[in-house]
Ligand binder design. Structure first.
Ligand SMILES: Nc1nc2c(c(=O)[nH]1)N[C@H]1C(S)=C(S)[C@@H](COP(=O)(O)OP(=O)(O)OC[C@H]3O[C@@H](n4cnc5c(N)ncnc54)[C@H](O)[C@@H]3O)O[C@H]1N2
Ligand code: MOO
Length: 657
């Protein structure tokens, strides 16, 4: 992202406003087909690596055993090696009497004496079966004694040939294929290779995947964030995903949105990598940068720019010679989603891994979900129990710019490009991310609060898995009425009565008191226009001074109802700026985009802001009566009432009910 004084950015915005510039937007299947014919997808050449380094690698060529396992016929019991025929008819009352040979076959001892008829040799588990012997009798079924002819062994059970003998090559036969090409090497394979006498294993060379992030705003995690800065999360998630799919990440860092810099970086990446993945700067005019750079490199260059997908429309796929280049959209959800769909299959193919196994779960869509016609829209969802049986899918609703949607979702489903949304109740095939999902024991749908995290941390420590979906107080109340959640946290103010939450109770629901949150006016510390005022005076001051800019809240929120009541119809400057959370209000005031707003004390504290208290807001839980006896609900209620829960809430600035 560049500054507004940058003429190329102005040009980019003008052009974007004029027209839809992805003239060549193609369906995902077309994009994949064009990409795959232009690049090589055969596994990379083999390299021999020592067993200690083989974990997680992919076997390149069939591996044959160099030795038998066991390498010789081996005793599998401590006892006596003998000829089974000599023990025929042996009983407790009439044991067979065998002369003991003068050697003890411990492990690692080469036998020197053959077992002749009528003799036996003492042998340990793992000992080499001597010539002439065909069975081992365990020591418990024998008795040794000193006879006139020397030491003898009395055998009290008849043996059958082969008894307690593990034959040479019965486990691994020399020349047998122990590992087939394409096998992923785990600890189990490493054990087999060692037993077969192999110190190294031929594995597919790991595809090197260069990862470049582009954007003037990007900052490496761990560094301080300047105004307008964004942490480079794409590079980290992409590098880890490369490793997960058998590649070797080559993190090249963050590059400025500048053609010459990017071209140099791309050339450097192409020198060392089997696949180049860039993220950022692909949409609109910026996409031309990739076009221009790629056109100066060996053909074929850009193969696809624009895919009829959401997230992921600005994706650019290209190749230099046969080396694939993938330019992902900068938005984190778009980047990781298109990486999974378009880059992962290439990495796995080069790494010699089979296509990723897709796991699908059937679910019903919990709420109506809009989509953009003309693009196949992939909707990230959380799965919860459906009261009608099976699973309900709840859209995360976070959008392409979210850094958490892909990481927190259980899976995603597609809405066809021809549709403009999907109705609540639509049966869905949800593709699971990570191949599996575990249903939470406690489903919480409604308004979010850091106090709730404190209680859920206690539950987690006790081993109860909870899932909290932040859909706002009203959305949670509706879910509770439909019986779709265990608890619906809410802070709903009824303007008529001035009461919180109780006026919204419905048959079948009960209200569990949670805690109070102090609402107040937020301002920058040291702002003399607010310092020292009480809450109502701070609102009057804010409303009266035309130089002061308000940050309001969205209609329907309890905070908005409170502020509207205090303003008595006044509309101070900034009233139209209506973000949807306490944190957004605090960030606006803290960063100087506004001078005052109303939010809870805990958030003011987290941002280091001044605070003038106004009123107590009640944060309570709607609980469907049908669910109140579930063990996880009981565990939640006791954590809420516990001394620890109350102490943690108090420490966060909340007043437990
Ligand atoms: N006028 C239009 N604007 C946009 C369109 C459009 O069609 N017309 N498309 C939108 C879509 S769809 C997407 S997706 C994004 C992708 O844009 P870019 O690929 O050009 O990405 P940037 O502008 O560089 O960044 C977007 C966003 O993502 C943040 N970002 C970038 N890189 C990283 C990173 N490595 N780690 C974390 N976050 C990153 C960046 O700061 C921006 O906030 O464009 C829409 N715009
Ligand atoms: O296509 Mo963009 O990826 O919607 O956000």
């Amino acid at each position: 992202m560049r500054s507004l004084t940058d003429p190329s950015l102005l040009e980019r915005i003008r052009r974007a406003a004029r027209q839809e510039q992805f003239l060549d937007v193609v369906p995902a299947e077309v994009a994949t087909a064009r990409f795959h014919v232009a690049i090589d997808l055969a596994p990379l050449p083999a390299e021999a690596v020592p067993l200690a380094a083989a974990l997680g690698r992919v076997v390149a060529v069939p591996v044959a055993a160099a030795a038998d396992a066991p390498p010789f016929d081996r005793a599998s019991m401590d006892g006596f090696a003998l000829r089974a025929a000599d023990t025929l008819g042996a009983t407790e009352a009439a044991p067979r009497r065998l002369r003991m040979n003068a050697e003890l076959l411990a492990c690692g001892v080469a036998p020197g004496i053959a077992v002749a008829p009528g003799t036996a040799t003492a042998i340990a588990t793992g000992g080499v079966i001597p010539r002439g012997a065909d069975a081992v009798v365990m020591v418990e079924h024998t008795e040794a004694e000193e006879g006139p002819e020397g030491p003898v062994v009395l055998v009290r059970r008849p043996a059958v040939a082969g008894q307690a003998v593990a034959y040479a090559g019965s486990d691994i036969a020399r020349g047998e294929t122990v590992l087939r090409a394409g096998t992923l090497v785990t600890s189990r394979e490493i054990g087999m290779l060692a037993a077969a006498g192999l110190a190294t294993v031929p594995v597919v060379r790991r595809p090197g995947v260069a990862i470049l992030s582009t954007g003037d705003e990007l900052v490496a995690p761990g560094q301080p964030l300047p105004t307008g800065g964004i942490y480079d999360s794409n590079a980290a998630i992409l590098a880890a995903a490369v490793t997960e799919h058998g590649g070797e990440p080559l993190p090249l860092g963050i590059f400025r949105d500048d053609e010459a810099t990017l071209e140099a970086a791309l050339r450097q990446a192409l020198d060392q990598a089997d696949l180049v993945v860039m993220s950022g700067g692909t949409s609109k005019g910026a996409g031309d940068v990739s076009h221009r750079i790629l056109s100066r490199l060996p053909p074929p260059g850009v193969l696809v720019h624009g895919v009829a997908l959401k997230p992921g429309k600005p994706l650019c796929l290209g190749a230099v010679g046969r080396t694939p280049v993938v330019v992902l959209p900068g938005f984190p959800t778009s980047a990781v989603f298109t990486f999974q769909e378009f880059a992962v299959p290439v990495i796995r193919a080069l790494a010699g891994l089979p296509a990723r196994e897709e796991a699908v779960a059937e679910a019903r869509l919990a709420v109506r979900t809009p989509s953009e016609a003309g693009r196949t829209e992939y909707v990230m969802v959380s799965l919860a129990e459906d009261p009608a049986g099976g699973l309900a899918a709840w859209p995360l609703g976070k959008g392409s710019g979210s850094v958490t949607a892909f990481s927190q979702a259980d899976g995603f489903f597609a809405i066809d490009a021809a549709e403009q949304g999907a109705a609540a109740g639509t049966p869905l095939q949800v593709r699971l991310i990570g191949g599996a999902h575990r249903l939470p024991e406690l489903t919480i749908i409604g308004s979010h609060c850091t106090g709730l995290d404190a209680i859920l941390d206690i539950l987690a420590a006790e081993g109860t898995r909870a899932r909290s979906l932040a859909v706002g107080s009203l959305g949670g109340l509706a879910a509770a009425k439909r019986g779709e959640c265990d608890l619906a946290p809410a802070h709903l103010l009824d303007p008529a009565s001035g009461a919180y939450n109780t006026p919204f109770l419905a048959p079948g629901l009960r209200l569990v008191p949670g805690w109070r949150r102090v609402q107040g006016v937020l301002f920058r510390p040291g702002d003399a226009r607010f310092e020292g005022l009480d809450g109502p005076a701070a609102v009057r001051r804010g409303a009266a001074d035309p130089d002061l800019l308000l940050v309001n809240r969205n209609a329907g929120s309890g905070t908005r109802i409170l502020l509207d009541g205090l303003l008595g119809g006044a509309r101070p400057p900034g009233y139209a700026n209506q973000p949807k959370s306490h944190n957004a209000v605090a960030a606006a005031v803290s960063q100087g985009r506004a001078d005052w707003g109303v939010a809870i004390a805990a958030v003011a504290g987290a941002y280091g802001l001044g605070f003038a208290p106004l009123a107590d807001e009640h944060y309570d839980f709607f609980l469907p009566e049908a669910r109140q006896d579930r063990p996880a609900v009981r565990a939640f209620l006791s954590a809420l009432a516990s001394a620890e829960g109350r102490a943690r809430l108090a420490a966060l600035g909340f007043t437990p009910a």
